[in-house]
Design a binder for this molecule. Sequence first.
Ligand code: SAM
Length: 621
Amino acid sequence: MGASQHADTDEALEALLVFIREARGFDFTGYKRSTLSRRINKRMTDVGISSYADYQDLLETSAEEFGALFNTILINVTSFFRDPDAWTLLQREIIPELIADIAPEQEIRVWSAGCSSGEEPYSLAIMFAEALGLDECLRRVKIYATDVDEEALREARSGLYPVKALEPISLELRQKYFEQNGAQFSFHTELRRRVIFGRHDVTRDAPISRLDLLVCRNTLMYFNVEAQTQILDRFHFALRKEALLFLGKAEMLLNDAERFEVTDMRQRIFRRSAGQAGTPYQAAPLKIRASTGPEGSSVARSRLLRDLALDTGPTPSITVDAEGSLVMVNNQARIQFGLATADLGRPFQDLEISYRPLELRSLIDQAIAERRTLRVNRVERRVGEEVQYVDILIQPLAGLNGVHVATTISFSDVTVVTRLKAEVKRVREDLETAYEELQSTNEELETTNEELQSSIEELETTNEELQSTNEELETTNEELQSGNEELETMNDEMRIRSEELDEATAFLEAVLTSIAAGVVVLDSDLKVRSWNRGAVDMWGLRADEVIDQSFFGLDFGLPTEVLLPVVSECLSSRQRSGPIGVESMSRIGRPITCDVFCSPFDGHHGGVVLMMEESRTDPQD
Ligand SMILES: C[S@@+](CC[C@H](N)C(=O)[O-])C[C@H]1O[C@@H](n2cnc3c(N)ncnc32)[C@H](O)[C@@H]1O
């Protein structure tokens, strides 16, 4: 992807964030972009959308999508006593010390910010109840638990957890603070009332104040440096002096050594500092004893010594009297500023040192007027190619009566210190950058970890669903198998019945075939259903030529119309009749008398059976 496309995407993401803030009052603009874009993209993939603009269109029309998006962004991964080492330290050292530092009747105020579904504030409640005893805890401890996610807060307020959530809690504490409630476990009712839940956005809402312990774990890391700094300002305000701040294991405090001291870096426990930064340097003007008249030799000697001491002092120093003349220059000043003894008594303003490296005349006037020492630090001075840094001290000197007599100006060389400080500053900045990068990487890792954990939870749920579907399928399978077995049994029975039927049919056919007479079965529509061998022999028609044909439509040696009244009568009366002698023509064209018996057929849907036989009596008889 090209740079301009990236810029488009960034802009589109920012536009989407502004839209979400304006539409729903959810401000994600202070969240780290890497995490945010990853999560929004995950949601977009889930709904099959590839651009932020299209996704915004979807949000405009679907309130449900907002819910799903917030659930994806505000990962609620949490657990009781999350990071056990940190909680062990809290239990063994931090909380006992905290309790010891608070007067016995005083309330203990705790805030769990970003409390998710409540495991963290309830862990705190357990810890305080263990440290103080339940009664005292109920009387003194108040735990505020807040989150921006209403859905998580709803779960937290219910205080109900599945057995799996209780795994990090020892059996003893489980029995003490939880009660089985159906398939779930409910947190100790009275202790639960000491936890006050509320919606609170750490980036926007006013903080809870006068806290003794503020727990904000695995929440800060979602925000960029600027938002983190603002949140920490609020936390600083929220905490009492020397109160404690407990962060998540991937989080650190950036550049805040002055406001928070480290109590335990490994477990990210900090203490709000007690004092403020030091007061600025303020020196009082020096006073010297004015001369009182002629002195003895010892006085002259001490003056000489003093002059010598001044002259050989390690820092360049000059003195200007009240009239503005140079009255003293020490050896270092002569060497470094090129002054000579001949300059003594000259007006200070005529000398280069009065304006280079710094305009000193106005400062001398100011020091005299304000009767105080002035200091100008790190004045840059060029010496050939080199740059020298000097701190300049301008001290007005007053006589015993308080009248100004002279001004001493001294120059301390701070070049080495200044260079070292610059170097230290640069190294510190490098370190801070590296530290910020490290923190950010650390936090990224942690958020990725949380995302992974949430994906694992989702997978576990899907797995459970699959498992239950599998179980259902297995049950269905078993039912099908047993149905199958029943069908097979029925099949076997059918086969046996079919064989029996075949046998019966064969038997009947054999009977019909064995009867020498012609046997014809007609159905109720008078169509031929059966035509036996005797009929074939008598009339010369094959069974396949007559089956399903109307008997009274057939053309063969028997004049069937003669039989119609008899057959109709038999059909209606269900009475047997015959024999009826019918003059017919046999298969070979021989005239015969055929005796026909007509019987009602009791089988399949009724009908009649005609039995035909050549008459045995001679027609002449
Ligand atoms: C990963 S969970 C951490 C839960 C718990 N503190 C822990 O460490 O186990 C992060 C929580 O921060 C909440 N959160 C995110 N942004 C927030 C904000 N601006 N204000 C308050 N809570 C926020 C989320 O809703 C989520 O419940």
